[in-house]
Design a protein. Sequence first.
Lengths: 235, 332
Amino acid sequence: MQAASRKLLKDGLWQNNPALVQLLGLCPLLAVTNNVVNALGLGLVTSLVLVAANALVSLTRNRVNSDVRLPTFVMIIAALVTIAELLMQAFTYELYQILGIFIPLIVTNCAILGRAEAYACKNPVAPAILDGLAMGVGFSLVLVLLGAMREILGQGTLFADMHLLFGEAARNWTLTLIGDYRGFLFAILPPGAFIGMGLLIAAKNLADSHIAKRQQDTTTSTKESRRIRVTGTIT
Amino acid sequence: MMNSISSPHLHGGNRSQKIMLLVIAAAMPGLLTQLYWFGYGTLLNLMWAIVLGLLLEAGVLLLRQRPLGFFLTDGSVIVTALLLALALPPMAPWWLVSTATLFAVVFAKHLYGGLGNNPFNPAMAGYAICLIAFPASMTIWTSPYAYLDLADQWLWFWTEQGQLDAITQATPLDAIKHLQGNTVDEMWAANPDIVAYGDAMFWVNIAYLIGGIAMLLLKLFTWHAPVAMLASLAAMAVLFGAGEPDLYASAGNHLFLGATMLGAFFIITDPVSSATSRQGKLIFGAGIGILIYVIRTWGNYPDAVAFAVLLMNLAAPLIDQYTRPKAYGQQP
């Protein structure tokens, strides 16, 4: 059990990261990561929905006929997203307005449906929740990293407007990294998101190749296969 | 297009280095005319772009473990730097030139695999990214003759200190775009400085045309792409200007203002990022001409060569797919 949980965590955070390896949920990922607060907001909501969806799908897995499983998943996810949306309207209304359409669009985030189909509907509740958590945190980390990169490059600040998420106390968390910065609009616009994402994937592949090189003598070679729309190698 | 282009081939003996040197030489009339009218800014752009471009190229080559000497001396970085310097406004400060060079050399060229593998023209990619990122700085152009002396320009280049208002103005293409209720002729009559600017741009374009014809005679490229581009641009201008000549720039304006000739002979003829076959080059050039007209007339940016070239670069593989020449004896 211990080894299995560790593998789940490792998969979600690194080996099979939904953003960097599976390349799922790219639309919100690229669209809202122009600063840290947007990225973190969307990451938190997505993670919550992911964990809850995995739990519910896992709970109902023996009662749902496999012919209608996909509609069931979508209904569960849509209900959860509606709840998340109402919660955001209640507690972080300004952020809800900034993220706009990308909150309802979490329903269509392939990462969530993907986990329900690939893991939650075949496994008990506890591992399913852990899997959702690992995937959600992995996705959020990439979101925040990309958001930080783009905020620093685009505006010269870090953690601006955090009060939208954490209340008035966070209003002065803003770090101005580059004073008197005129802004690099390119990083804020969608092309900057694509290039930033490409650089992150490249960095991950570079790190992977270094790790592989270091482990080369200790591990035996396994059969590898490549999937379409996958940047890493799945063993 | 009827000529046989199948084997056997005779090697022309042109190496990249020689071609690049000839391109640089052919751009000299244009560069000198631009310096004469718009000041030393272009020269500083050029120096800094070459120095930084070579450094970046060396850095990436080291990272990619490629031979330094061979690639640094092929001249391609210098051509990229030259095209960037010519395209960037003369009042570009150092960070603007640096950003453009960084994106041209590292992102547009080496991340795609280096010289010969880049789908986009590196200089135009660097230029377009700067235009998107810094629209204000990218549209400051000096008035003809009224430029800074070398010392002041040097100071401006590194620190951005100096009086700009007296020496900068709107470009003619910009003025035609924002007529504010006037006709084109009224705009010319009311703004002698824009007329002077148009005259200067005319001579700059003529200089590029001369350099381009020289390259054509040296057979550095075929006539297809440039002629198709200029013809389609002129045809668009005639077609859309015919109904309301008062509100549209004339074909002459389109051909001899902005970066038209620089684009036609120095940018779209890039053998790497353009279409390959002769028929393909015709389509490629015509597409660029049409896009330049569309973006200049109805788009948001004053000039359009960079965006038009990048869009057609994107289409070049598709064009190649459908215009593959038949080999001798091949069934249709």
